[in-house]
Write a protein that binds this ligand. Sequence first.
Ligand SMILES: [Zn+2]
Length: 413
Amino acid sequence: MRTPFDAALQERLMRYAAIDSQSDETSDSQPSTAIQLDVSRMLVDELTAMGARDVTLTEYGVVLATVPGTAPGPTIGFCSHVDTAPAFCATGVKPRVHRAYDGTPIRFPDAPDLELSPETVPYLGEKIGCDIVTASGATLLGADDKAGIAIIVTMAEHLLHTPGLAHGPVRLAFTPDEEIGRGVDPRLPADFAVDFAYTLDGSKPGEIEYESFSADGAEVVITGVSIHTGWAKGKLVNALHLAAKVVEMLPQATMTPETTEGRDGFWHVYEMSGTAAEARIKLILRDFELGGLAAKGAMLHAVCDALAATEPRAGIACTIRPQYRNMRYWLEDDMTPVDLARAACRDAGIEPVSTAIRGGTDGSRLTEMGVPCPNIFTGQQEIHGPLEWISVQDMALATRVCLELVQRAARSE
Ligand SMILES: [Zn+2]
């Protein structure tokens, strides 16, 4: 069951996962947290030691490196993110290996009631005999996306240390702040300097994704009329009441994340704050099609306008700003990177599958900025929570796919 890459992948994932590198949406600094650079600096040292060229940590916090080509071919980039999700505790991660997994429920030392079982997670049942990595129950694991980093670094090591392996130039990029949507600095496309690239941030073996959501962020600011409650009759306009009405007037049974799947988009309120005098509602809008995304924005505006009409003394300001766009819009003009990854999957003995990502990746932004960038699987499962797990052998498959890909690209030159 063990493959030649297993030991290196497992060691790297465990080492990277143990470092807290959580990003923080509320921070204005770049990167959002300085601890992310602990991983970045470790990568600089590791890549330098293994003989990678041009190893740099840019002033915007991205580690870049080159594996020089041994044959003519396009310059291909591989990208993953050093941060872990702010959604769950990521401090003090203690990765554990369940060697040659036996199919029984996995228990966690730091959360006795928690159980990871093939009964509730059927894919785990397919991994009997594989080496499974989990956290200890108190934290997420951070295989999202330290599995991606481990795969890319292990691929680079193999390319650098295997004489006679024909491939074009390979560029590596390790970004901060992907989880908070700030991974792609405007300077990155030029500094990356690739013909096309791949994020390694997907899930099951065979997944080659080239569709993401199109995404907008929205904020509604409601200004009421504040006055002493003892003399408020006929004068007070309570901003919090109006904020509650905005949410209440939006469709909740059909168009929220908890009621949609597949290719359906949604609106989602993720933060409400304020006082009777002023209230703020923060939302995200998601759809695979720009028309559907615009319709959700129009719906939000209509709700705000309708409410404003019932209470002209209040101020209701709704602003919508673009976040990222479905990468399919660009990739379908030239499917070469997608077709190459699919062919590389078959070379590695896996049937490729393409599903639409109900989210975005750094690749969504990169693609929009002129660097075509589909997403390749890593094996990461149950991400952003304490049940997060990954099979080392799935990571090894992803490493194989990347190696087949760069060789195939050089052959077709
Ligand atoms: Zn990720």
